[in-house]
Ligand binder design. Structure first.
Ligand code: NDP
Length: 296
């Protein structure tokens, strides 16, 4: 079997177009422009690229983008004061603090200062609790993107066996909660899981969020399964820099029913879902109907 390739780039473009259409309608009918504020502290080169991309994508869908670039030596008090200011600003519907923060800043404290209704990353402890109890939450962007692709491919997910490899707070755990919310039978695997290959082979849906290049190989995939590769790993092969996932693509694609490539799979969905979350936050803030198909 050769797996169907789930094209995250094309899917993300559709999501962004849907967001843009909804934003245009909000402007015309309600005089509203959803706004996203992104806060970057320090000079981390990867973070600078992410923030630039987020700014460009936000503008592209017709939203307002507010960038706040702070010096690496910014104090916690200064950063918290900025968050308070953004929380109070009616033009700002979504706030994202780019992680990682410099070592002297307490990321947990900073994230939990964001108004949960504006927490478009879905990392605030209130949103974690709401998601965990099956209530309306702001959902972390990467798992939300994975869920959208899975719903699109399968239709209903109810009753399917899902295995999520990885139990981080930003990917593995929320992914598992979302799959449970769609009535999958969910197993969460991690570094202490016994016989990982056997656990993975039970999966109709296998999500890899491990951070280890090409760790999930074809022999760990059940024939016909859907494989979602969240991993982004920069490696060097044959003297060249290369981006690979947590899944060994060639061997897994030979067995799976469907698979996301790296790059061009989950990655592009993450920014698309950030825009979707900002739109959702704006609609909720104004008591308007939420965009269909863009929430959990
Ligand atoms: P973390 O390092 O926070 O978590 C990795 C998880 O994998 C941990 O739960 C760990 O288990 C588990 N793990 C590590 N080694 C093994 C192993 N040998 N067998 C089984 N489980 C193992 O990573 P993240 O969740 O933040 O990210 C995961 C991947 O997703 C990374 O490649 C990251 O770059 C990528 N990513 C991609 C995004 C995108 O937009 N596409 C967004 C966010 C992340 P334990 O808890 O026991 O240590």
């Amino acid at each position: 079997m050769t797996a169907k390739v789930i094209d995250g780039k094309a899917f993300a473009a559709r999501v962004r177009a849907q967001v843009a259409e909804h934003v245009a309608r909000l402007k015309e009918e309600n005089g509203l422009t959803p706004g996203l504020a992104v806060v970057l502290v320090g000079e981390d080169p990867a973070s600078q690229v992410y923030v630039r991309n987020k700014h460009a994508s936000t503008i592209e869908v017709g939203m307002a983008s507010f960038e706040h670039r702070l010096d690496a030596a910014t104090s916690e008090a200064e950063l918290l004061a900025l968050i308070d200011q953004l929380n109070a600003d009616p033009k700002v519907h979504g706030i994202l603090v780019q992680l990682p923060l410099p070592g002297h800043l307490n990321a947990e404290l900073v994230i939990n200062r964001i108004n949960p209704a504006k927490d478009v990353d879905g990392f605030h402890i209130s949103n974690v609790g709401l998601l965990g109890t099956g209530q309306k939450a702001m959902v972390p962007c990467t798992p939300l993107g994975c869920l959208m692709m899975l719903r699109d491919h399968h239709g209903k997910l109810s009753g399917l066996n899902a295995v999520v490899v990885g139990r981080s707070n930003i990917v593995g755990k929320p992914m598992a909660q979302l799959l449970l919310g769609d009535s999958c039978t969910v197993t969460i695997a991690h570094s202490r899981t016994r016989d990982l290959a056997e656990v993975c082979r039970r999966a109709d849906i296998l999500v890899a969020a491990v951070g280890r290049p090409e760790m999930i190989t074809g022999d760990m995939v059940r024939p016909g399964a859907t494989v979602i590769d969240v991993g982004i790993n920069r490696i060097e092969r044959d003297g060249k820099a290369k981006l690979v996932g947590d899944v060994h693509y060639e061997s897994a694609a030979a067995v799976a029913g469907a698979i996301t490539p790296v790059p061009g799979g989950v990655g592009p969905m993450t920014i698309a879902c950030l825009l979707a979350n900002t739109l959702t936050a704006c609609c909720r803030a104004h008591g308007l109907a939420e965009p269909e198909g863009l929430t959990a």
